[in-house]
Structure formats: C-alpha cells, structure tokens
Design a protein around this ligand. Structure first.
Ligand SMILES: [Zn+2]
Length: 693
C-alpha cells in the first residue's frame, strides 16, 4: 500500500511539474512584447540650431528626461561597467538566470515575500513594461515570461541598448544619455570607467543613490561597483582605488528659455513659418533654422532699446524670405522674471497701429484704384462722425501715394479703405495670413490699426509682401509696395531696407517691420501688461531697433540687390490728376509708373461735373421701419456709393435692417465727391415689429 501511494504521489508530482513546465514554455507566446509597450513612451525632444548645435531640450511626458542613443553611442567602458554591475552573464544566459532564480526563490520562501529579484538585464527591461506595483508572485511570473519573450524576439545588443535607454538614474532622469549629460555634462559616448562606475550603480535604487542629492550614498555604491569590476577581473584593486579618487561630477541643467522652440514643436507648429522640423536619426531630435548668434545679439539689443524707450518689454522675430522660416525670435527680455517673464510677447495679440496700411495700398494697387505715384488728398475727412486726423495733426494736401504711405498719413489711407470696402480689405488681409481680430474691428478704423495681431502674424504678412509671394495680392503690387516703403531711409542703417512703423493709439505699442531682399523682421516695444509708455512711438523706439537688426544681418555679408523696378513696374502715360489711365477728358498727361501686367483703371474724375450727392432715403428725423424691418437706402441721383452705417461698412446694399435708436448713415461715392451723411432715428415700436417678422 505504502508503495502504491508513493507511486501516486510521484506520478501526481510529475504531472504537476509537467503542467508547470508546459505553462512556463508556453508563457512567452502569450506574453506581450515589452518593447512594443515601451515604445509608447517617447524620448525627450532635443532642438538643434542651423549650425547643428544642441540648443534646447524639452522633457518627455511625465517630466521625464530621456534621450535615445544607439548602443554604439554608449562608450565601451560604460557598457562593460553596466554589465559587471547588473548582469555579468547577460550575453550568455537566456534572459532568466535560473541559479539566481532558485537562490532568490529560496530566500523569498524563507521570508514569505519577495526580497530578492534575481533580475537580469532582460528581466529589468521587462519589468519596466509592467505597472509600477511591486511584490506579487504573479507579477514576477509575467515579468519572467516577458523577459523570455524579449530573448526570443530580439538580439542581445537590442535588449541591452533598450535597457540603457530606459532604466532610471534618479529624479526624472531615464536612460544613460540623459543621466550622463546631467551628471557629467557629456554624452554617454564619452563616459570613462570612473564616471561609468558611479553612473551604473544608480539604477539599482535610483532615488536612494542619486548623486545630486545623496553623494555619500552614491559613492558607497560606486565603491561596491568598483569592487565587482575588480572581482570580475576588469580592473585591478589599485586601478579601482585610483578611479574612486577621481573628480568628475558637473551637474548641468539642459533646459533653456523655450520660446523659439515652442514654435518648433512639430505637433504644435500651426504657424505660418516653418521652423524646419527634420527629425534626425535619434528619435526626438529636431533640427531648426535658429541662428543662435543672431538670437543672442537680438536679446542684448532689445534689452538696451527697451530700457532706452522706458518700457519693460520687447519682442522681435526674423524670418527668411525665400523659405518663410524663422531664424530668430525673442519673446521676452527676462525669462526668469517673476509674473510675466515666461509670457511670449511675440505671440500676444496687440493693437497693430499703422502697420496695416501697406496692405491697404497693396490692395488698392492690385484693384487698379491707384498707381504708385497717384496724387491722393491728405485733407480732413468725416465719415458720419468718424474723423481721423494725422499723427502730427498736419494735413499735407495733395501727396503721392508713395509719400502718403511712407509718411503714414491717415486720411488718404482711410479714403482708400472706404473705396475698397471692408470685404475686399478683409479678404486681402486674410490672404496675407492676417485673419486675427479683423471682424471685431470697426470698419474704417482698420486703416489706423484698431485690429489686433500677433507680432509673428505681422512678420509673416510682411514677409509675403516683401518677397512678392504668398497670394495676398499680385506679385507686382506687393513688390511696388515694398519699393514705396523704402523711399525713405530707415533709422540706424545705411542699407536700403523697406520699413513701416506703427504706434497704437494710446502709446502702448511701438512697432517696426523691416525687409531686405533676404529677410523680414519685426520689432515690438511696450509693456506686456499693456501699461502705457510715455512718448513711445514706432518711429522713435522701434525703427532704430529694426535698423540695428538690419545692420546685424549684414555685418559680415553684402546687402543683395532688390529686384529691379522693371520687374514689377512699366512706364506709362497717365492722367496727371489721378495717376490712372487717361480718359478722353483728361487734359494733362504725364509719364509715370504703372504695375507690370496690371493696367490701371481709367480715370473717371476729369471733366465730370461734380454734383454733390444727397441722401433722400432715409430722411433725417424719426423713421418708422417697414414691416420687414428694413429701411431703403437711396440717393437723389443714381451713382455708385458704398454705405457706412454708424461708422461700419455696409457695402453697396440698398436696404438695411436697423435696430431701434439713433443712427448715422453715410454715403461714400466713388471719386471724386466727398461723402455725405445724415442722422435719423428708428422708433422702438417699428423695431419690435420688425423682430417679429
Ligand atoms: Zn484724369
């Protein structure tokens, strides 16, 4: 009986062992691939400037610092030390070190819980793919199964490489490259045995040993690693002692002010300019077009200019015309300043001042309304109460379009905009990439920059203008405007830059945009808080800064020639009074520039008997709207006009739905007559009725 029982027990045990064996052999085929799971954790990003210099880094999700390097870019010394410290038999075992497992199992049974991991490098890598929770036997089994999966699927070098790239080294440092850079200020490719003996001891208990906090513990651990190295015959005791006494820690912070880089993020770069984002062989590496030297010079220059202008903040951006790529961007003068130091002023929406005027002229040229030297009136205007004056309060009478633009006169720009109409203007701005807050702007006030834009948007628009590309207007119209904008020299430089300044109404913002045949740049000065600055103007503060930047760009290279005028202008016989194609009534004709490929409109103002226009519908006084709620708009004579209701463009419609209250209606004729306006009221009763319709 005893004998038979023994057989049953033995057979049972054998069967159980075989089942366990089968489960163990089959386990890897059911286990997940740890590398597939780990691939979901991206490395940190590194940014390189145009010269290939590493200029900035960004942590990976979870604030981790981890840079991928191929195994060949980890020094042989570091690889050897890591193997000696963690898993000397790595290249010989099958992922699980069975003698060590048995030893650990015995210890664990003795203590009733896991005290020893028997972790090979493969096991540790598999462990990284598991959730943080530690300690259960099931977890250990899954880890071992995944380790065997790794050994089945991948080469030893691949496993070791992934391990080196992912193990923790204390704090937020993961992988040997980030750890080497942070603790020693050099890449893992340059690690020597002394440095490696400190570094490779850390993964065992990374936060306990991290040398930036607990150098004494790290040194003790290093001593043990050096002991292992001499035990494995890698070093003699003397060498180990000598290495222990070497000094090498150089902690380094690789986080720099990120504002240029914010725009370089491939997933967030919705910007006009391409901050070239070529992903280099190492995942997470980003190649930008940043000119580091120019960037550093810009910051110094802007700090000096802001201080001279009496403001706290400034911003600037420089873009390459041919590619539209950003090469320098300053968004803050002091990134570390408490409060708004990190705010990127180059991305803040601010009142654009007169900087939009060139786009009005570009649209007017494109529409054939003017030629570059067309005479325009600089005289008071009043569009139903909207009566902008000039910056200096002086009206210059008859001026050429070029003078009107280069001196930034308000009334000719407002007249042009009134003729263009709001829709045509906003369409043009949109094609220049300026769609920001036009909709909220008040019609004609747009000419004077009531709309808000970001510095980067405006630099983009100017880049398109100066380069004659970008679809805003025709090639000739944009190049003609660029030429008009260089008719006066820019302060601070002898180079023939095209430029335009702007000042927001209350002296909060000073702007200057400048262009060369190769680059477009923008400068803003003011306070991020929006606080007013005494005597701050675009011409006084921003233009000299822009001139200085042009000088910087051409300090060591020749200033290239602008495209010749014959590329975009042709000499034509024009009416002297309008600068347009002469009609039969035009008495005086002169030769003047017209756009190539864009014949100017025929002059309609000469010989026309100027009849004052008169609004007959609606009449002044109170008015009762019809059942539809609409009021007809009508003139005494049939002439093309644009209507302005309460200072806002209403286009060429002939009826309009009015809200109750007082209204101003202005009729703006095509040249040559002045606009007229009336005031009238709509009774609330009619309005109520109209809203019921
Ligand atoms: Zn004429």
């Amino acid at each position: 009986m005893k004998y038979r029982a023994a057989i049953v027990i033995f057979a049972g045990a054998a069967a159980a062992a075989m089942v366990l064996m089968a489960v163990w052999l089959a386990a890897p085929y059911f286990a997940s691939d740890p590398l597939e799971l780990l691939a979901a954790e991206p490395p940190s990003r590194r940014y390189f400037d145009a010269a290939g210099v590493w200029v900035h880094s960004e942590s990976a999700p979870g604030w981790r610092w981890r840079f991928d390097v191929p195994l060949a870019r980890v020094s042989p010394e570091a690889r050897q030390v890591m193997l000696a410290a963690e898993d000397i038999d790595f290249y010989r075992h099958g992922g699980v070190d069975y003698p060590a497992v048995l030893r650990a199992a015995a210890q664990n049974l003795l203590h009733g819980k896991i005290v020893s991991g028997a972790s090979t490098i493969t096991m540790q890598l598999a462990g990284l793919s598991l959730e943080r929770k530690r300690g259960s036997f099931t977890r250990k089994f899954v880890q071992a199964a995944r380790a065997r999966k790794l050994e089945l699927l991948y080469s030893k070098d691949r496993i070791f490489g992934e391990y080196l790239n992912r193990i923790p080294f204390g704090g937020q440092l993961y992988g040997i490259e980030a750890a080497s850079l942070f603790y020693f200020g050099r890449p893992a490719a340059e690690l020597n045995t002394a440095e490696a003996s400190l570094l490779c001891g850390l993964p065992q208990k990374p936060n306990f040993y991290r040398p930036d906090r607990h150098l004494d513990r790290a040194r003790l651990r290093q001593k043990r690693v050096l002991g292992l190295l001499s035990r494995h015959g890698v070093l003699t005791m003397e060498e180990a002692g000598r290495l222990y006494d070497m000094k090498y820690l150089r902690f380094r912070n690789f986080k720099l002010p990120p504002q240029f880089m914010e725009l370089a993020r491939p997933d967030e770069n919705t910007h006009f300019f391409q901050v070239e984002t070529r992903l280099t062989p190492a995942a997470g590496d980003i190649q930008t077009r940043l000119d580091s030297e120019l960037q550093a010079q810009l910051l110094i220059l802007l700090r000096r200019r802001a201080s001279a202008a009496g403001c706290r903040d400034a911003a600037a951006a420089v873009v390459e015309n041919t590619t539209g790529r950003l090469i320098a961007l300053v968004g803050t003068l002091d990134f570390a300043r408490a409060g708004d130091g990190e705010v990127n002023a180059a991305l803040a929406v601010r009142s654009a001042g007169s900087t939009l005027k060139p786009f009005i002229y570009a649209a007017a040229l494109d529409a054939g309304f003017i030629t570059p030297l067309s005479p325009l009136d600089d005289a008071p205007v009043d569009y139903g109460g909207y009566a902008p004056g000039n910056f200096d309060g002086i009206y210059r009478g008859r001026v050429s379009a070029q003078e009107a633009l280069s001196y930034s006169l308000n009334t000719p720009a407002v007249r042009l905009l009134a003729r263009l109409g709001e829709k045509r203007m906003t369409d043009t701005l949109k094609r220049f990439g300026l769609c920001g807050s036009v909709a909220s702007s008040n019609g004609l006030a747009l000419a004077l920059g009531s709309a808000g834009y970001r510095l980067t948007d405006l630099v983009c628009a100017y880049c398109r203008l100066f380069s004659g590309q970008g679809g805003g207007v025709s090639h000739s119209a944009s190049l003609a405007v660029a030429q008009m904008l260089r008719s006066r020299p820019l302060a601070g430089t002898a180079f023939p830059a095209a430029w335009k300044t702007g000042t927001s109404n209350n002296g909060c913002d000073a702007w200057c945009f400048a262009g060369t045949p190769e680059y477009t740049l923008g400068v803003w000065l003011g306070n991020k808080s929006g606080e007013r600055v005494h005597n701050l103007t675009g011409a006084g503060a921003a233009a000299p800064a822009a001139g200085e930047i042009v000088e910087l760009l051409y300090s060591r290279r020749p200033f290239p020639a602008w495209p010749p005028a014959s590329d975009f202008l042709v000499e034509e016989l024009l009416c002297a009074a309008s600068g347009l194609a002469p009609g039969t009534n035009c008495v005086k004709r002169v030769a003047g520039p017209a756009l190539r490929g864009l014949p100017p409109a025929r002059c309609r103002q000469c010989g026309v008997k100027v009849e004052p226009i008169r609004i007959i519908e609606p009449g002044p006084g109170m008015y009762m709207a019809g059942a539809s709620g609409f009021v007809e708009l009508a003139l005494a004579a049939s002439r093309p006009v644009k209507w302005l209701i309460d200072g806002k463009m209403a286009g060429e419609k002939t009826s309009y739905r009015f809200a109750p209250g007082r209204h101003r209606v202005t009729a703006i004729p095509e040249a040559p007559a002045e606009p007229v306006w009336i005031e009238f009221g709509v009774t609330p009763a009619a309005a109520i009725k109209s809203t019921l319709d």
